[in-house]
Design a binder for this molecule. Structure first.
Ligand SMILES: Nc1ncnc2c1ncn2[C@@H]1O[C@H](COP(=O)(O)OP(=O)(O)OP(=O)(O)O)[C@@H](O)[C@H]1O
Ligand SMILES: [Mg+2]
Length: 233
């Protein structure tokens, strides 16, 4: 059995009389330790898919399995534990706590976990040893995103889920964040799923899932993924 399995997953949002199939029968598998890029146009269901994988949203039908557990059958308590212990999230706009330092932001996350990694070590690993005592407002966008990634990694999650993590960053900074995510995957064997609408990012992935109109259009495996620093877009 694969590490992550989606089988005919649907998510229907009902708004009054209107039904929107945000995810319309997706099936795919992800192996442990892979760097996965999910790519597709705006509105194709990428965020919905990631939110269901991370237990932030439920599916309307189908099955979602992570590491042998049926996430779609979890009750509220199990979902809370799943989000807390198993999943690290990274968002486009960082979502740091503004009145806590970089170190305190990471500590906050590690305090709610079972086997957290030492916050200072993780911040050092993402290149922020010298910025630990700074508040988010004193950091650049790229540095804030590094803190957000450190916060997610410090939880020692089974899955690191990133929704457009470079979306708010300039070219050079975005590339550095991409490299950090690729290095995290390579060096720690952590499974990383990265959403983007930039198809240039596909080259760095082990697996690429192309989504379109709520469906998996196709899936590719890269035998030789490119190093993030060499990708141009
Ligand atoms: N909570 C919601 N209620 C109603 N419709 C929703 C909801 N969330 C998403 N949708 C709809 O589902 C579809 C897929 O949305 P989703 O956010 O997953 O797309 P996306 O691929 O992440 O797009 P983007 O690249 O713009 O972030 C869209 O048509 C969207 O309007
Ligand atoms: Mg989205």
């Amino acid at each position: 059995m694969a590490f992550v399995e989606f089988k005919d997953v649907r998510k229907i949002y009902t708004m009054g009389e209107v039904q929107v199939a945000a995810v319309d029968g997706m099936s795919f598998e992800i192996e442990q330790g892979e760097l996965v890029v999910v790519v597709g146009p705006s509105g194709s269901g990428k965020t919905t898919l990631l939110n269901m994988m991370g237990g932030m949203d439920s599916c309307t039908s189908g099955s979602i399995t992570l590491d042998g557990a049926r996430v779609d059958q979890f009750d509220e308590k199990q979902l809370t534990d799943y989000r807390r212990y198993d999943i690290g999230f990274v968002f486009q706009f960082y979502n740091l706590v503004q009145n806590l330092t970089a170190l305190e932001n990471v500590e906050l996350a590690s305090q709610i976990c079972r086997n957290p990694l030492p916050p200072a070590d993780v911040l050092t690993q993402v290149g922020l040893a010298h910025r630990m005592d700074n508040f988010p407002a004193q950091l650049s966008g790229g540095e804030q995103q590094r803190v957000a990634i450190a916060r997610a990694i410090a939880k020692n999650p089974k899955l690191l889920l990133c929704d457009e993590p470079t979306g708010a960053l300039d070219y050079k900074t975005g590339k550095a964040i991409l490299k950090l995510l690729q290095d995290t995957c390579r060096e720690t064997g952590r499974t990383v799923v990265l959403i983007t609408h930039n198809s240039a990012f596909c080259a760095i992935a082990d697996r690429v899932i192309h989504v379109k109109e709520g469906k998996v259009e196709r899936m590719e495996l890269n035998a030789h993924p490119q190093a993030a620093e060499t990708v141009e877009w």
